[in-house]
Design a binder for this molecule. Sequence first.
Ligand SMILES: *[C@@H]1O[C@H](CO)[C@@H](O)[C@H](O)[C@H]1NC(C)=O
Length: 258
Amino acid sequence: MVPLCFEKSMWTVVAVLAVMEAGGAFTLTHPSQPEARLQMIGLDVGAKVVLTSGSHALLGSRVAPTAKVHVASRETFDGEPSPINSLPSVPASTTMYIFSTSGSTGKRKGVVISHTNYTSGALPLSVEVDYDEGSRVLDFVSYTFDVIIDFMMCTLILGDCTYVSSDEARIDDFSGVIRSMNVNMAHMTPSVARVLEPHNFPQLKILGLGGEAVLARDAANGIVDVAEHNCLVPIGAVGELLVEGPVVDHYSFIENLT
Ligand SMILES: *[C@@H]1O[C@H](CO)[C@@H](O)[C@H](O)[C@H]1NC(C)=O
């Protein structure tokens, strides 16, 4: 079980893939989380290895004091010979990640998701959300929200590329990132979308809103069509929500270990 502690960076995606391919399971954290919380996560998941970035190596070593800390960065791999070990074949029942949450009750939980659990939801989801080989996806959401795993994985499964906006660009030049990277799919909170005014970005084909209540005016940009059952009904109207499948059906929890 490997906690990842990176600022927003492409190296998180590299680390996620590395852990999965090695047959391990990852848990995502962000260096801005309180150190005590990071340590609880390290303890809850029984971390033996921590992967972190060059700039957070010290923090990474404090996440789990007895774990081995590895830095994933360009410098780590520069001049390194290609590894000769072949990777194990990973059974589908292997745990893929644990997502730690403080839960609505304030009691800590870890949601344990296997490869089977995850792919049963992610494969149909990536089709439904219209990921395709032209998808240029903005990786904007914080690592403390589990939807970020979908943005990484669905893009890798079906999409073209993912653009990871740095923590600074997320705050300072968000519109610049969308324009310069020619992003055509982005997911964000409605309040960020309100500031951005998505109609300023004609190349943005898919805008996912979540994490906060969506107001009628947020969704007024074309997704509402009452005559078409595949489209959302207007906010406030009576609708139906179907949620099913292994990824929501059955969670295993690590409950409050301390
Ligand atoms: C989730 O994955 C585990 C391990 O593969 C499996 O035993 C469990 O049945 C899966 N949950 C559901 C609801 O399919």
